[in-house]
Design a protein around this ligand. Structure first.
Ligand code: FE2
Length: 238
Protein backbone atom coordinates (compact mmCIF):
# COMPACT_ATOMS: atom_id res chain seq x y z
CA UNK A 1 0.00 0.00 0.00
CA UNK A 2 1.39 3.41 -0.89
CA UNK A 3 1.78 5.85 2.01
CA UNK A 4 -0.46 8.86 1.99
CA UNK A 5 1.26 11.63 -0.05
CA UNK A 6 1.04 14.01 2.94
CA UNK A 7 2.71 11.59 5.39
CA UNK A 8 6.31 12.45 4.48
CA UNK A 9 5.95 16.27 4.74
CA UNK A 10 3.93 15.83 7.93
CA UNK A 11 6.70 13.76 9.54
CA UNK A 12 9.32 16.28 8.42
CA UNK A 13 7.31 19.10 9.98
CA UNK A 14 6.96 17.14 13.22
CA UNK A 15 10.71 16.49 13.34
CA UNK A 16 11.44 20.18 12.81
CA UNK A 17 8.99 21.10 15.56
CA UNK A 18 10.68 18.67 17.96
CA UNK A 19 14.08 20.23 17.23
CA UNK A 20 12.72 23.68 18.06
CA UNK A 21 10.94 22.56 21.21
CA UNK A 22 13.76 20.41 22.65
CA UNK A 23 15.78 22.55 25.04
CA UNK A 24 19.44 22.68 24.07
CA UNK A 25 21.71 21.03 26.63
CA UNK A 26 24.80 22.84 27.79
CA UNK A 27 27.25 23.19 24.92
CA UNK A 28 30.19 22.78 27.30
CA UNK A 29 31.79 19.92 29.09
CA UNK A 30 31.28 20.66 32.73
CA UNK A 31 33.82 19.82 35.39
CA UNK A 32 32.74 16.98 37.65
CA UNK A 33 33.40 15.81 41.18
CA UNK A 34 35.51 12.64 41.23
CA UNK A 35 34.30 10.00 43.69
CA UNK A 36 36.50 9.24 46.68
CA UNK A 37 38.70 6.24 45.83
CA UNK A 38 37.84 4.66 49.22
CA UNK A 39 35.11 4.74 51.85
CA UNK A 40 34.78 7.86 54.00
CA UNK A 41 35.95 5.88 57.06
CA UNK A 42 38.87 4.22 55.27
CA UNK A 43 41.39 6.75 56.55
CA UNK A 44 40.39 6.45 60.21
CA UNK A 45 41.76 7.18 62.70
CA UNK A 46 44.08 9.77 61.13
CA UNK A 47 41.16 11.43 59.32
CA UNK A 48 37.67 10.75 60.63
CA UNK A 49 34.73 9.79 58.44
CA UNK A 50 32.71 12.94 59.17
CA UNK A 51 35.56 15.18 58.11
CA UNK A 52 36.06 13.13 54.94
CA UNK A 53 32.37 13.26 54.03
CA UNK A 54 32.07 17.00 54.61
CA UNK A 55 35.37 17.70 52.90
CA UNK A 56 34.52 15.77 49.75
CA UNK A 57 30.73 16.11 49.51
CA UNK A 58 30.46 19.75 50.58
CA UNK A 59 33.76 21.55 50.19
CA UNK A 60 35.15 19.86 47.07
CA UNK A 61 31.76 19.67 45.41
CA UNK A 62 31.30 23.37 46.14
CA UNK A 63 34.49 24.21 44.25
CA UNK A 64 33.31 22.16 41.28
CA UNK A 65 29.87 23.82 41.24
CA UNK A 66 31.34 27.30 41.58
CA UNK A 67 33.87 26.61 38.81
CA UNK A 68 31.10 25.45 36.48
CA UNK A 69 29.16 28.59 37.35
CA UNK A 70 31.91 30.64 35.67
CA UNK A 71 31.50 28.94 32.29
CA UNK A 72 28.65 31.15 30.99
CA UNK A 73 30.73 34.26 31.75
CA UNK A 74 33.88 32.74 30.25
CA UNK A 75 32.94 29.96 27.78
CA UNK A 76 36.57 29.04 26.83
CA UNK A 77 36.81 27.56 30.32
CA UNK A 78 34.77 24.61 29.08
CA UNK A 79 37.42 23.73 26.52
CA UNK A 80 40.22 23.46 29.09
CA UNK A 81 41.13 20.33 30.98
CA UNK A 82 41.44 20.81 34.72
CA UNK A 83 45.22 20.33 34.40
CA UNK A 84 45.57 22.84 31.57
CA UNK A 85 43.44 25.38 33.41
CA UNK A 86 45.96 25.64 36.26
CA UNK A 87 48.72 26.93 34.01
CA UNK A 88 46.41 29.46 32.39
CA UNK A 89 44.76 31.06 35.40
CA UNK A 90 46.86 34.18 34.88
CA UNK A 91 45.36 34.67 31.42
CA UNK A 92 41.73 34.35 32.50
CA UNK A 93 39.85 37.67 32.14
CA UNK A 94 40.00 39.77 35.28
CA UNK A 95 36.23 39.67 35.80
CA UNK A 96 36.26 35.93 36.50
CA UNK A 97 39.91 35.34 37.40
CA UNK A 98 39.53 35.23 41.18
CA UNK A 99 36.60 32.83 41.00
CA UNK A 100 38.39 30.58 38.49
CA UNK A 101 41.62 30.72 40.50
CA UNK A 102 39.93 29.80 43.79
CA UNK A 103 37.51 27.21 42.49
CA UNK A 104 39.64 25.76 39.69
CA UNK A 105 42.50 25.48 42.15
CA UNK A 106 40.20 24.01 44.78
CA UNK A 107 39.00 21.37 42.32
CA UNK A 108 42.53 20.41 41.18
CA UNK A 109 44.02 20.46 44.68
CA UNK A 110 41.36 18.27 46.23
CA UNK A 111 41.37 15.85 43.30
CA UNK A 112 45.07 15.21 43.85
CA UNK A 113 44.59 15.13 47.63
CA UNK A 114 42.22 12.14 47.56
CA UNK A 115 44.57 10.33 45.18
CA UNK A 116 47.74 10.77 47.24
CA UNK A 117 46.13 9.18 50.30
CA UNK A 118 45.34 5.53 50.97
CA UNK A 119 44.25 3.47 53.97
CA UNK A 120 47.08 2.73 56.39
CA UNK A 121 49.29 -0.05 55.03
CA UNK A 122 48.07 0.28 51.44
CA UNK A 123 50.15 3.21 50.23
CA UNK A 124 53.38 1.34 49.48
CA UNK A 125 56.80 2.92 49.76
CA UNK A 126 58.78 5.50 47.80
CA UNK A 127 60.24 3.91 44.67
CA UNK A 128 64.03 3.59 44.36
CA UNK A 129 63.96 6.34 41.73
CA UNK A 130 61.89 8.73 43.87
CA UNK A 131 63.97 8.00 46.95
CA UNK A 132 67.17 8.75 45.01
CA UNK A 133 65.72 12.08 43.88
CA UNK A 134 64.61 12.92 47.44
CA UNK A 135 68.05 12.10 48.80
CA UNK A 136 69.74 14.14 46.10
CA UNK A 137 67.59 17.19 46.86
CA UNK A 138 67.14 16.97 50.65
CA UNK A 139 69.74 14.50 51.97
CA UNK A 140 67.20 12.00 53.26
CA UNK A 141 63.51 11.10 53.31
CA UNK A 142 63.32 12.29 56.92
CA UNK A 143 64.87 15.64 56.00
CA UNK A 144 62.31 16.08 53.21
CA UNK A 145 59.46 15.25 55.60
CA UNK A 146 60.79 17.66 58.20
CA UNK A 147 60.93 20.47 55.65
CA UNK A 148 57.45 19.56 54.38
CA UNK A 149 56.11 19.61 57.96
CA UNK A 150 57.57 23.06 58.55
CA UNK A 151 55.93 24.36 55.37
CA UNK A 152 52.59 22.81 56.33
CA UNK A 153 52.63 23.99 59.95
CA UNK A 154 53.99 27.40 59.01
CA UNK A 155 51.41 28.23 56.33
CA UNK A 156 49.57 31.16 57.88
CA UNK A 157 45.81 30.81 57.50
CA UNK A 158 44.57 28.44 54.82
CA UNK A 159 46.60 26.74 52.13
CA UNK A 160 48.65 23.77 51.04
CA UNK A 161 52.12 22.27 51.47
CA UNK A 162 53.71 20.62 48.46
CA UNK A 163 56.52 18.37 47.35
CA UNK A 164 57.21 19.45 43.79
CA UNK A 165 59.55 18.65 40.95
CA UNK A 166 60.93 21.87 39.56
CA UNK A 167 61.53 22.46 35.85
CA UNK A 168 65.25 21.99 36.58
CA UNK A 169 64.53 18.42 37.68
CA UNK A 170 65.29 18.89 41.37
CA UNK A 171 62.68 18.39 44.08
CA UNK A 172 61.57 21.16 46.41
CA UNK A 173 59.14 21.89 49.23
CA UNK A 174 56.82 24.82 48.82
CA UNK A 175 53.56 26.18 50.16
CA UNK A 176 50.68 28.05 48.58
CA UNK A 177 47.92 30.17 50.07
CA UNK A 178 44.20 29.50 49.77
CA UNK A 179 43.57 27.22 46.76
CA UNK A 180 46.61 28.20 44.73
CA UNK A 181 48.99 25.48 43.59
CA UNK A 182 52.46 25.22 42.01
CA UNK A 183 51.03 24.77 38.51
CA UNK A 184 49.57 28.29 38.46
CA UNK A 185 51.29 30.97 36.42
CA UNK A 186 50.83 33.64 39.05
CA UNK A 187 53.28 35.97 40.80
CA UNK A 188 54.74 34.65 44.04
CA UNK A 189 54.15 30.99 43.27
CA UNK A 190 57.16 28.66 43.10
CA UNK A 191 56.28 26.61 40.07
CA UNK A 192 56.78 22.92 39.55
CA UNK A 193 54.90 19.67 39.13
CA UNK A 194 53.17 18.67 42.38
CA UNK A 195 54.05 15.16 43.53
CA UNK A 196 52.36 15.35 46.93
CA UNK A 197 50.09 18.04 48.38
CA UNK A 198 48.65 18.38 51.88
CA UNK A 199 45.54 20.40 52.64
CA UNK A 200 46.07 22.50 55.77
CA UNK A 201 42.78 24.37 55.66
CA UNK A 202 40.99 24.06 58.99
CA UNK A 203 38.13 22.26 57.23
CA UNK A 204 40.59 19.39 56.64
CA UNK A 205 41.26 18.69 60.31
CA UNK A 206 39.41 20.92 62.77
CA UNK A 207 36.67 18.47 63.84
CA UNK A 208 39.23 15.98 65.13
CA UNK A 209 42.32 18.03 65.85
CA UNK A 210 40.92 21.51 66.56
CA UNK A 211 43.93 23.85 66.59
CA UNK A 212 46.51 21.06 66.69
CA UNK A 213 47.58 21.26 63.07
CA UNK A 214 51.00 19.61 63.72
CA UNK A 215 49.24 16.52 65.11
CA UNK A 216 47.14 16.26 61.94
CA UNK A 217 50.27 16.61 59.79
CA UNK A 218 52.11 13.91 61.74
CA UNK A 219 49.17 11.49 61.50
CA UNK A 220 48.70 12.21 57.80
CA UNK A 221 52.07 10.75 56.81
CA UNK A 222 50.64 7.31 57.69
CA UNK A 223 48.15 7.81 54.86
CA UNK A 224 50.46 8.86 52.05
CA UNK A 225 49.87 6.81 48.93
CA UNK A 226 53.48 6.48 47.79
CA UNK A 227 52.33 4.37 44.85
CA UNK A 228 50.58 7.44 43.46
CA UNK A 229 53.49 9.76 44.34
CA UNK A 230 55.82 7.33 42.51
CA UNK A 231 53.52 7.42 39.49
CA UNK A 232 53.48 11.22 39.48
CA UNK A 233 57.25 11.35 39.78
CA UNK A 234 57.72 8.85 36.94
CA UNK A 235 55.36 10.91 34.77
CA UNK A 236 57.63 13.94 35.14
CA UNK A 237 60.46 11.88 33.63
CA UNK A 238 58.49 10.88 30.55
FE1 FE2 B 1 40.14 21.15 51.61
Amino acid sequence: MRPHPLLRPLLAALAALLLVLTPAGPAWAEFSLPPLPYATDALEPAIDATTMALHHDRHHSGYVANLNAQIPAYPPLADLSLDALQGQVGRVPAAVRTAVRNNGGGHWNHSQFWAVMAPVGQGGEPSAELLAAIEASFGSLEAMQSKFNQAAAGRFGSGWAWLIRKPTGTLAITSTANQDNPLMNLPGIERGTPLLGLDVWEHAYYLKYQNRRPDYIAAWWELVNWNEVNRRFAATEA
